[in-house]
Design a protein around this ligand. Structure first.
Ligand code: ATP
Ligand code: MG
Length: 224
C-alpha cells in the first residue's frame, strides 16, 4: 500500500523573469517498508523534493498524499503535527542543537510529541545504545566526532518511530569507512523498525543497496 504518494508535483521558486522551476510534474510512490534512493546532479532539486515529501515545503502545483489522504489542505498546525509523528529527518550534516547533550537532542522530538520524560529517556537510552553511543550521552555536539554526531542524528530521527525516514545524503560529510559503517547501522535500524526510507545520495554503492533508485533530471523522476 502506498504510504507516500507525490502526484505530478511542480515547484517554482520566485516569480516573473527570475522564476526558477526545479520540479515539473514529478511523481513518486513510496510503499510501506520500501527503501528508495534518489540520485541527481547538484541543483537538480533533490532536497526540494525531500522537503515537499516531509511537509517542510509545499509544491507550487500537484498533490502530496499520506496514507491516501491529501495533506494539501491541512493547516500549518496539522502539517507540523503530522510531520512530527510520521517522519524522521536526517540531513547531510547532523543539525543537532549545540547547547544540548546527545541524550537531550535525542529526547527532544518525543517531548514535542507529548511523550513523558521518563519514557522518552528510556527510549533515548535504548536508541543511543543501538547506535553505539551509550558512553557519550552527556557530550554536546561540539564534543562529538563527525560519525558520532551523525549517529546521534539517526537516533533522534528514530525517536518517534516514524513510518518514513527522509535522509538527505546522510553520510555525505563522513569519510568512506565511516560512511559505510553509519549506513550499515542505518540500514539495519530501518529494517528492524519496518520503516520506509527515502534517501538522497551521491554514493552509487549506497543507492544500489536500496530497493529502487530514482533519477531526478530536469524536474522529472525516472526509474533506472
Ligand atoms: N528557497 C529557494 N529560492 C530560490 N531558489 C532555490 C531555493 N531553494 C533552492 N533553490 C534552487 O533550486 C535548485 C534546486 O535546489 P536543491 O537544494 O533542491 O538541489 P539539490 O538537488 O538538493 O542539490 P545538491 O545536490 O547540491 O544538494 C537549485 O538551483 C537552488 O539554487
Ligand atoms: Mg541538496
Amino acid at each position: 500500500m502506498s504510504l507516500l504518494d507525490i502526484k505530478s508535483v511542480s515547484k517554482t521558486y520566485g516569480l516573473g523573469e527570475g522564476a526558477l522551476t526545479v520540479l515539473s510534474g514529478a511523481d513518486l510512490i513510496l510503499n510501506k517498508g520500501e527503501r528508495v534512493a534518489i540520485v541527481g546532479q547538484s541543483g537538480s532539486g533533490k532536497s526540494t523534493l525531500l522537503h515537499i515529501a516531509g511537509l517542510l515545503d509545499k509544491p507550487t502545483v500537484g498533490e502530496v498524499h499520506l496514507n491516501n489522504v491529501s495533506v494539501d489542505d491541512f493547516s500549518d498546525r496539522k502539517r507540523s503535527a503530522v510531520r512530527n509523528s510520521t517522519f524522521g529527518f536526517i540531513y547531510q550534516t547532523h543539525h543537532l542543537m549545540p547547547d544540548f547533550t546527545a541524550l537531550e537532542n535525542v529526547i527532544m522530538p518525543a517531548r514535542i510529541a507529548g511523550m513523558s520524560q521518563k519514557d522518552a529517556v528510556t527510549r533515548a537510552h535504548e536508541l543511543l545504545a543501538k547506535v553505539g553511543l551509550s558512553h557519550r550521552l552527556s557530550h554536546r555536539p561540539s564534543e562529538l566526532s563527525g560519525g558520532e554526531g551523525q549517529r546521534v542524528a539517526i537516533a533522534r530521527a528514530l525517536m518517534n518511530k516514524p513510518e518514513i525516514l527522509l535522509a538527505d545524503e546522510p553520510t555525505g560529510s563522513l569519510d568512506p569507512d565511516n560512511a559505510d559503517s553509519v549506513f550499515d547501522l542505518f540500514e539495519s535500524l530501518v529494517k528492524d523498525e519496518g520503516m520506509a526510507l527515502l534517501m538522497v545520495t551521491h554514493n552509487p554503492d549506497l543507492a544500489k543497496r536500496c530497493d529502487r533508485v530514482l533519477h531526478l533530471d530536469h524536474g522529472h523522476l525516472t526509474q533506472s
